[in-house]
Design a protein around this ligand. Sequence first.
Ligand code: HQG
Length: 185
Amino acid sequence: MNEKENRKISKFLSLILRHQPEIINLKLDRNGWAEVHELIQKAKNRNFYITKDILEEVVVTNDKKRFVFNEDKSKIRANQGHSLQNIDLELESIQPPEFLYHGTVSKFIDNIQLKGLKKMSRQHVHLSEDLKTANKVGSRRGKPIILKIQSELMFKEGYQFYKSENEVWLTDAVPPIFIDFINKL
Ligand code: HQG
């Protein structure tokens, strides 16, 4: 499979495993798992041809490790990024590093300064351990602005943090007092 095909399938999987399983009439369980054979069949009904080998390749090669199989590879789910509201990824709350980062763009800054970071349409606010990732996330929308989050302080104040299997830090919201606007324009 070439990179273009790989990306196309990754986008399709993101759509049905994080946002709209109903577009192919797929059912996810409460922990976000889809039956692999059902996914393959239902994708095929919509002329989207995926095989188990293709899924295995995408799971392994995906740049952000977005998807994962269960132990016997009969089920697959997205590691994070859901907009579906009732998915329980069974993540355990853990202590974050002193700082975490969030990449965004200037048009959101005023509102973030006022209200803090909100999860918007996803299940969590997404944060990263390194500036490079935050930079990449922000760049999806234009010139990135990096926000530095006082995560350890938040944790000490009782805010919960989770780390997805693919190393994305998740939390419910970040109030403005915990945000340093490092390179705000
Ligand atoms: C912004 C991708 C106004 C926030 C990435 C962001 C990430 C506010 C946007 C993952 C706000 C939400 C998540 C507020 C937050 N007022 N704007 N109060 N609070 N925002 O896509 O973090 O490729 O839901 O700054 O790599 O950009 O899909 O979140 O710009 O890991 O695997 O509202 O998605 O991963 O956008 O990206 P998103 P995100 P995947």
